[in-house]
Each structure stands twice: as C-alpha cells, then as structure tokens.
Design a protein around this ligand. Sequence first.
Ligand SMILES: Cc1cc2nc3c(=O)[nH]c(=O)nc-3n(C[C@H](O)[C@H](O)[C@H](O)COP(=O)(O)OP(=O)(O)OC[C@H]3O[C@@H](n4cnc5c(N)ncnc54)[C@H](O)[C@@H]3O)c2cc1C
Length: 376
Amino acid sequence: MNHHHDAIVIGAGAAGLASAYQLSRRRMKVLVLEKGYPGCGSTGRCIGGIRQQFSTPGAIRLMRESVRQFRQMEAEFGSTIEYYEGGYLFLAHDSARMETFRAILPLQRELGLRIDLLSPEECLKLVPVLNGDGLVGGVYSSEDGQAYPFKVLAGYISGIRKNGAEVLPYTEVDDLIIEQQTVKGVRTRDGGTYYSDVVLNACGPWASAVGKMAGVELPVTAEGHEAFITDRQPRLFETMIVDYRSDGCYFYQRTNGQVIGCYSPVPSRPGIHSEATREFLVEMPRRALRLVPRLETARVIRHWGGSYEMTPDGSPIIDRTPVKGYYVAVGLSGHGFMFAPAIGTFVSQIILDDVYPFDWAEFKLDRDYSRNELMK
Ligand SMILES: Cc1cc2nc3c(=O)[nH]c(=O)nc-3n(C[C@H](O)[C@H](O)[C@H](O)COP(=O)(O)OP(=O)(O)OC[C@H]3O[C@@H](n4cnc5c(N)ncnc54)[C@H](O)[C@@H]3O)c2cc1C
C-alpha cells in the first residue's frame, strides 16, 4: 500500500486525537494510526479529572488553555462530554505541605487562577462530610473539574472525520522511514507503508519505544496505577478531594453520583501495567472511607489498572526532535487527559508555524530535568 499524508499521528489517545483534530482544523490531511482502539491506552483508563492547580508557569498556562477548550467542547462537538466544574480541594495534613501550597499561590494567581488557601474549618465547610482529623488546611479552586474521557475522544474522532482526516485502529507502527535525519513516513506491522514529512509520536506509555524507531531517546518511563468506581450515591460533595499523605488517595463524585478515584502507589510500580490488583481493591476503599466515612454505603462496582507515562521532572515533552519532521507529545506524567486539548493546539503551532507558543523551556526535549512539579 502507498499513501501520502500531510501529517501522521501515532497513537489515538487524548494527546494524539487532540493533535490530529487541531491539525485537521488547519486543513492538514492527517492520518492517525492506532495499534488498538482509540482510548485503549492510558486515556481510557483515566478518571477524567481536570485541574489548573500546578506549580510551574508552563503547566498552568497549558491548563488555562485546556479549560478554555473543555468549556466550549460540547458546543464545538455537538455532543456531551459531561464537563462539570466541581472544583479541586488539595488537603494538607502537615505544615510543610501547607507551606508548599502557600509558596505557589502568587504564581497561580498571577496566571489567573481563582484559588484560595483554606483553614481546616473552611475545608469542612466546603465538604461537610470530610473527616478533618489531622487536617492543617487546604487549597481550593472552583474552576477545576471533570469530564468523561471516552466522550471527549468520541468528539475528537467525529471532528477529525468531519475535517476529512482519518483514524485507523488496529494498525501498529513498527518502524519509521528516516532518510538523512529527516522523517519520510512509517511502516506498519500489517505491511502498510504511509508517507509523510510530519510524524507525531503521541504513544503515551509506549513513547520511548516509538522514539527509538527514529533513534530518538525519550526519557519517558511507564508506571502502574489503578482506579475504582462505585455505584451511585446521594450527592455528598462537589469537589475532587486530594489527600497528599503517603497513604492518601484522591476521588470525586461524578455528576451521576458515582465516586471514582485512585491512589499513587508507594513505592511506584515501574513498567506498563493494566492489571487490577487485590491490594488496591482492599486499600482504596479503606483510604477513601478514612476521608469520607459516609462512603460506607458505597459499593465498588469496578476497578482497573493502567499506566502513567512519567518524565524525570513530571512535565510533558512537547517538541521537535533532532530528526526533521519528527515531533513528540509524550511523557504527560499522569495528567495527559487534561493537558491534551492545549497540547493539540500548541503542537500544531510548533509543527505548522514553527513557533513555540510561549516560553517553552519546561516542555523541551533537551531541557534540564532536575526540577520537579510540586503538585504531582
Ligand atoms: C488510573 C489512572 C488515572 C488517571 N487519571 C487522570 C486524570 O484524572 N486526569 C488526567 O488528566 N490524566 C489522568 N491519567 C493520566 C492519563 O490517562 C494519561 O496521562 C493520558 O491518557 C496520556 O494520553 P496519551 O494520549 O499520551 O497516551 P495514551 O492514551 O496511552 O495513548 C497512546 C496510544 O498510542 C498507541 N500506541 C502505542 N504504540 C503504538 C504503535 N507502535 N503504533 C500505533 N499506536 C501505538 C496506544 O495503543 C495508545 O492508544 C490517569 C491515568 C491512569 C492510569
């Protein structure tokens, strides 16, 4: 088979589809190649949280743009994405954590976030069902929220198709065609060859392997995470609740009453994972109940595993590479669903206009990775 496209996107997760959508809006004939089905990677396993509360200027700017887009997506796609701004409340159970929240606040406000430090009493006023034992305070923004990942992906796919571009599921890229350090196309496991002068690697936890196909080393490693969802409960709280303790967890109540949440395992579980463990099934309800005892009537109806795609500093890599025409939108470090709308817009500007949208230092491939995102 011989095909030529203006751009090829590898990976139909949130990052790949948002990028393909934005490129197709700019009249590019785009082809998305996906080794499974759209959303089968991390995106279909995420819990749909969306927040602007980060600690670095770039991440906050990305999220300002993403939230702007999430707010208008239903009108743009003509379908629901279950977007709801119930807020995010981060809890501090020690004064060091509270000091971190306090230290970041001026930057967050300067970049336009509506955000407040809360006393323990104010946290309890916001979430009356919260167990305030040991609470030192919190930080809250009402402009954070949630959306349903598969509906967002469905909106992107229908937009991509309306714009004349294509998504090919079950088509795995197994090699890149590179001539004189310039990308020319890709080869697929089923024997296909697709030509393009622009190829974007949006392969989530598999990004490093697809980087290597072009001889580009990407510092992206996968780690296992899990999530659960309960049956519908009466409305108990509006906001995502994030407990940062080493045995903490985070969860929110969907608009239909289900409670959905995760915790970050300590120590981390390196590698690509999709198994749902018994340990999580026992531990997650225990942690959630400690924070909100009223959840005792909730029943877990499903739990599942998936992978984060981590960089050493917890910030994405959205950049050109030393191979001309080969771009990356990878290493979204557990926040890729929420970053994706902005990534789509900004990576298309890098590809088509050859400009970085703003001071891009924290997203460049050749950056110093020693800094760390404080609101991981
Ligand atoms: C339990 C859990 C909870 C999470 N909660 C949140 C949350 O609340 N909010 C949030 O923003 N993020 C959350 N995340 C993180 C989020 O899911 C990811 O950061 C995001 O989905 C990454 O998107 P992506 O498009 O980069 O990768 P993916 O969605 O993994 O997409 C990459 C795609 O590339 C395809 N692919 C790989 N190799 C090839 C190849 N060789 N050829 C063709 N296709 C290929 C894969 O099949 C995959 O579909 C969570 C993750 C997990 C696991």
